[in-house]
Design a protein around this ligand. Structure first.
Ligand code: BG6
Length: 479
């Protein structure tokens, strides 16, 4: 179903995110018939370029990052016909009149995508208003990182609030656009099976892992100032935690869903310094280590973090959430594992061993759900038990007609046009997440607090394993 006609201005239109994600996502939505022939996309950046040169840039981006067999070859040229470019200075006067002339005064949905560093958000927001570019159907989309601590997030929120209403602000966390992340809500609240057991009475603990096999690569400049805690934990993992732990919202709408997520963040207890482990990857014969990659021998930035979080509410008191994320780990594998408690009494005696149900939601790759079920080991040897997986891979279960999983940005950009904020972070939610994160990061400023080295291709530092061992638990293997 096509969305209504819209104009989308991409500030930072020549940047990396536009090239890798935003433009290819728009193209795929165009091919799917959703973007519609009346939509216009206007790239805006400092580079001097005309429409033709920008279209060449977009063609290159799509060839590199948007190859899609569902698109007919002539669709690319038709899509490019809907793209324009304005040379613009976010902090000066250049280009704004030209942008205004381009937009005209058509009564259409207008979205401004701030695909730039947060340092420019305030300038852009102010100029959109002073040049009279905003109307009631105007939305602004802002990318992470949304600040680097509570104070900076508050000030970004305040800057945006001077010019836009909260209902016009779309803060992106691309994890919320992932199909499997949305599936978390479908699994929890679309089935009767899970929710009655989804609490501390039945759940021993929950593990959330977002493991990456790649290193920081060319993003060292940004990453070294952020680290895993700011880059992944405060946002992506926090969102996974919220969707896993929240109460059922009364309906699937932006207010109800975000209210429930916010309650989870506010219920998070402080994390004791002994409950956090951070690490930094070492190099191999062929790959540089973290310090080498960022070009700073003295960097104490973490490329891995694992911690034990506690949620102080009736549902979760006593059930810890172990969270971990890192780069250069054994595999790219993200999952949420709900580890249930032991059965209260084993009728099979001690020989049967210890068996636990584990529900694993695989977020990527190989998206699916696996439920570990205990059954009898076949054979005449008595009543011996064995754990087997009830395994469902979504692509197999849904069949080929379900198509490829769309990229998160496709879903999120279309939601902006539709005016649906459910999968975007509200200002108070982002601030609450920083409020919880800040003391953890501040504790690392203390002298002597160094990240532990870990080998490329491992599961992270040994101390992270110890974090669970001392509680009589263990991490699931990263594979
Ligand atoms: C980004 C982080 O937000 O998410 C990156 O800045 C990280 O460091 C990326 O690699 C992971 O996203 P995905 O979609 O590949 O899991």
């Amino acid at each position: 179903i096509p969305v209504q006609p819209f104009d989308l201005v991409v500030f930072g239109g020549t940047g990396d995110l536009a090239r890798r994600k935003i433009l290819p996502a728009l193209f795929r939505r165009y091919c799917a018939g959703q973007m519609g022939d009346a939509a216009r996309v206007i790239g805006a950046a400092r580079a001097e370029m005309d429409d033709t040169a920008y279209r060449d840039f977009v063609r290159g981006a799509i060839t590199e990052f948007g190859a899609d067999t569902a698109c007919a070859p002539d669709q690319l040229e038709a899509f490019l016909g809907q793209i324009g470019y304005v040379t613009l200075d976010a902090q000066g006067a250049q280009g704004w009149d030209a942008l205004k002339a381009r937009l005209g005064d058509a009564d259409r949905i207008r979205a401004f995508y701030f695909s730039v560093g947060p340092g420019l958000f305030a300038d852009l927001a102010a100029r959109i208003e002073t040049h009279g570019l905003a109307g009631p159907d105007t939305r602004v989309v802002v990318e992470k990182p949304f600040g680097r601590d509570l104070a900076s997030a508050r000030s970004l929120n305040a800057d945006l609030a001077k010019h836009f209403d909260e209902t016009q602000i779309y803060r992106i966390d691309h994890y919320l656009g992932k199909e499997t992340v949305q599936n978390l809500m479908a699994i929890r609240f679309g089935n009767m099976l899970f929710e009655p057991l989804w609490n501390s009475q039945y759940v021993d603990h929950i593990q959330i892992t977002v493991a990456e096999s790649g290193g920081v690569g060319s993003r060292g400049d940004y990453y070294d100032k952020a680290g895993a805690m700011r880059d992944m934990m405060q946002n992506h993992i926090m969102q996974l935690l919220c969707l896993t732990a929240m109460e059922p919202p009364a309906k699937y709408d932006p207010h109800a869903v975000r209210d429930e997520k916010l309650k989870v963040i506010r219920a998070l207890g402080p994390v004791e310094p002994g409950d956090v482990v951070r690490g930094q990857y070492e190099g191999t014969d062929s790959l540089p280590g973290y310090l080498e990659e960022v070009g700073d021998d003295s960097s104490r930035t973490e490329s891995f973090v694992a911690l034990k979080a506690r949620i102080g509410n009736w549902r979760w008191a006593g059930t810890p959430f172990y969270l971990r994320t890192g780069k250069r780990l054994r595999a790219r594998a993200s999952e949420i594992a709900v580890v249930f408690k032991d059965a209260p009494h084993s009728i099979f005696g001690a020989d049967a061993g210890r068996h636990r149900n584990i529900l694993t939601i695989r977020l990527q790759p190989n998206e699916g759900i696996e439920m570990g079920v205990t059954i009898k080991e076949p054979g005449p040897g008595g009543m011996r038990l064995v754990d087997v997986p009830l395994d469902m891979t979504f692509s197999e279960a849904l069949g080929p007609e379900a198509g490829d999983i769309p990229d998160a940005y496709e879903r999120l950009i279309m939601d902006v046009i539709r005016g649906d904020q459910t999968l975007f972070m509200r200002g108070d939610e982002v601030e609450a997440a920083w409020e919880w994160t800040d003391p953890i990061i501040e504790a690392w400023d203390a002298p002597g607090a160094e990240p532990c080295p870990y080998a490329t291709g491992s599961s992270g530092p040994d101390d992270a394993l110890a974090l669970m061992h001392r509680d009589g638990r263990r991490w699931r293997e990263i594979r």
